[in-house]
Design a protein around this ligand. Structure first.
Ligand SMILES: Nc1c(O)cccc1[N+](=O)[O-]
Length: 245
């Protein structure tokens, strides 16, 4: 998978050189290219913003640097009909979820445009629609100063699902949101810590009982912390035993 990221703060994306994503880049599983938007300006001040038409506070990102930058993500031209997906982190975007991460993990080429200030001139997204599948995307309903933090989160969530990136694919199965529920609590040695024991069933060696305990904990946690997810559950994901809970 090729991933292009454009930002006026490319050093913000240095975290993509680390850990799992960093290793996937070294192994050639992810081809991540971070570029400074200011490389695509033409004036001596490397200007990327200007005042908003219609007035209002703040500045808006100029269209031409973005068009020049995004055009480099189209080189070499996509093979066949598949168009790169342009993700624009924005509070006005669709909500990014684990389902989105799985969907995008299957894409061949993702491009991320990190907006700053009051945002990117809307005509950039209109122009980009001729060359990309454009998807404004939000991590949640809160305000950030730019898209870089969101890109770090999305690239990690997507990248780890690309085959070969995570050593043991099994570890992807029982995670929060992988089955629509929150993950169960985990414990490790010592079995007694500051007068706190671990749930006894985990020492039983009875795999069926342990599985039941973990499933019950998932349902309990999800009901307590994210009742909205329970409402969304596909009834088929609840097996007979769950229904008996
Ligand atoms: N919420 C927000 C923002 O305020 C600015 C850029 C990106 C996001 N987001 O992805 O959630």
């Amino acid at each position: 998978m090729r991933i292009d990221v454009f930002s006026i703060f490319p050093e913000y994306l240095a975290a993509l050189d680390l850990s799992l994503i960093g290793k996937a880049r070294q192994d050639g599983l992810l081809d991540v290219r971070v570029k400074d938007l200011r490389e695509f300006t033409t004036d001596r001040h490397r200007t990327v913003d200007d005042t908003p038409y219609g007035g209002g506070a703040g500045m808006v990102m100029k269209p031409e640097p973005w068009a020049q930058a995004l055009a480099t993500a189209l080189d070499p031209a996509p093979e066949g009909p598949a168009r790169p997906t342009l993700i624009v982190p924005s509070p006005a975007g669709e909500v990014f979820t684990q389902k989105t991460a799985y969907e995008l993990a299957g894409a061949g080429h993702l491009v991320f445009a990190c907006g700053r200030y009051e945002g990117i001139d809307e005509r950039v997204l209109e122009w980009a629609g001729e060359h990309f599948t454009v998807r404004p995307m939000s991590l949640g309903d809160y305000v950030l100063n730019g898209g870089e933090v969101a890109v770090l989160a999305m690239v990690e969530a997507i990248g780890r699902l690309v085959p070969g990136v995570v050593g043991n694919p099994e570890s992807l199965v029982e995670e929060s949101h992988s089955d629509g529920l929150l993950e169960y609590p985990v414990y490790t040695k010592p079995s007694q810590w500051r007068e706190r024991p671990i749930p006894e069933v985990l020492l039983s060696g009875n795999h069926a009982k342990i599985a039941r305990f973990r499933r019950d904990e998932q349902l309990r946690r999800t009901s307590e912390r994210r009742p909205d997810l329970i409402a969304k559950l596909d009834p088929s994901t609840l097996d007979k035993a769950d229904k008996a809970t």
